[in-house]
Design a protein around this ligand. Structure first.
Ligand SMILES: *Cc1c(COP(=O)(O)O)cnc(C)c1O
Length: 444
């Protein structure tokens, strides 16, 4: 019973059922709340598969394309297994993510390890588990990785992460490709890195260049500029070092539509633009067709996710706002308090009333900044109503915490009327699991 004409993205199976409730994956959200409790993360399998399919189709005309899902958006064993089933590879940024995809049965050749401060232990694990590529970020890591590879008598396949010096208009915290970013080699440092790899670090084999400009990007021209720079560098390195690099990784960052102010390009538009630009640059710089890697995170998983909450207390500030509180907030979705991110929501249970009011959805955490949605027009809310917040698949669970010692919610995968738990709700015993009381302080 939507009362707003807002345009926003929701799972492709989201519907109003005969009871008047919202359903996703043919599962009534009110039934899911009853069965599994709230807050509850919901992932719609059909949406995930359909987006993977869009990506594959959008890049069909450039067969040397590999989609590497950026695990940091949402990394669980079942999500890894699902994307693996779709033939997608994985971009990982920690031993935890590497281990998760490994345990999910992913072919480790299809895994890339990325990050600006990978530890000795993490690089060790990546080599031992046979990760396909390591994207080396800096001089320190080049030396460290070569030492580890040497000690194992192995050659490690690498990319160089570079900073192409492109500004994108996204939130400052999620820009990464501008010149004074903490990530990657500056363009002026590439030659020195390549010389080291060719002459000293003989246990490293360089295959190509990697860049990632930022996140929640809407401007397609950024990708065109980035491709041009990467191809130009490949041609230049060939000329200078007689070095044949045949891989370019253009990172992720494609935006999604959280609210009607967000206008991301479609996967097909971005696919066409990238392929055209790449073909132009190949001609322009006279290089061989490189293998193309993309690392979408948010744009693969965000729209498939929704979170349901139960409405509790409310408060009308005299002559001020009306606050309505939910049983979750900044610990299960830190993005609004971290980036002023905006979300759209609807009431999941049948609402006869057509009367609406403007409310601010407050979280349950002890911070004034814990506001999930600032001013949204919704049917009059009562305690016990179920609120469904859309587009929460990416950077919600993966950024969640136990702030206020609140257990993390469960996650269910829904499809064709079936809801399967893929992450268990934490129990109170989980909350104290890692705590230790020194004997001398134990209650007598
Ligand atoms: C975060 C990140 C991504 C994914 O970004 P999205 O905005 O989720 O698509 C891809 N590559 C790298 C290197 C990243 O750091």
């Amino acid at each position: 019973m939507t009362t707003s004409t807002n345009q926003f993205q929701k799972p492709i199976t989201a519907n109003i059922n005969t009871k008047g409730n919202i359903e996703i994956g043919s599962c009534d959200l009110v039934d899911l709340a009853d069965e599994f409790g709230t807050p509850l993360y919901i992932i719609d399998e059909k949406t995930v598969r359909s987006i993977c399919n869009d990506y594959k189709k959008a890049f069909e005309k450039y067969p040397k394309t590999n989609i590497m899902y950026a695990s940091k958006a949402l990394c669980t064993s079942a999500i890894s297994a699902l994307l693996n089933d779709e033939g997608i590879g994985f971009d990982t940024v920690s031993s935890g993510e590497i281990y998760t995809v490994y345990k999910a049965g992913v072919n480790m050749q299809k895994v890339l390890f990325n990050g600006n401060n990978k530890s000795f232990d993490e690089l060790n694990l990546a080599i031992d588990l046979g990760v396909g590529r390591i994207s080396v970020d800096n001089f320190y890591e080049l030396a460290l990785l070569n030492t580890i590879a040497q000690s194992k008598n192995k050659t490690v396949d690498i990319l160089l992460r570079i900073t192409p010096g492109i500004e994108c208009h996204t939130h400052e915290y999620i820009q990464t490709g501008h010149l004074d970013s903490k990530f990657g080699f500056d363009l002026s440092q590439i030659d020195e890195a390549v010389e080291l790899i060719l002459n000293e670090y003989t246990n490293l084999k360089l295959h190509g260049l990697h860049a990632h400009i930022g996140s929640q990007i809407f401007e397609t021209s950024i990708y065109a500029d980035e491709i041009d720079i990467l191809c130009k560098e490949i041609a230049r390195l060939d000329e200078k070092f007689n070095l044949k690099l045949d891989e370019i990784n253009i990172g992720g960052g494609l935006g999604v539509k959280y609210t009607d102010q967000d206008v991301p390009p479609s996967t097909y538009e971005i696919g066409e633009l990238i392929i055209n630009k790449l073909n132009n640059s190949i001609k322009k710089y006279n290089i061989d067709e490189p293998t193309l890697f993309l690392e979408p995170g948010r744009s693969i998983i965000s729209m498939a996710g929704a979170t349901i909450y139960t409405i509790g207390s409310s408060k009308q500030v005299p002559k001020g706002r009306k606050y309505v509180s939910i049983d979750g907030g900044m610990a299960d979705n830190p993005r609004p308090s971290l980036y002023q991110a905006q979300y759209y929501a609807q009431i999941a249970n049948k609402k006869e009333t057509q009367e609406t009011e403007k409310v601010t959805i407050g979280g349950r955490y002890c911070e004034s900044g814990d506001i999930l949605i600032n001013e949204i027009e919704l049917p009059i809310l009562n305690e016990g109503d179920i609120l469904c917040v859309y587009n929460t698949g990416a950077y919600n669970y993966s950024m969640s915490s136990n702030y206020n010692r609140v257990s993390k919610p469960a996650m269910v995968l829904v499809n064709d009327g079936r809801a399967e738990i893929i992450v268990k709700r934490e129990t109170l015993d989980d909350i104290v699991r890692n705590d230790i009381i020194p004997d001398r302080l134990a209650a007598k």
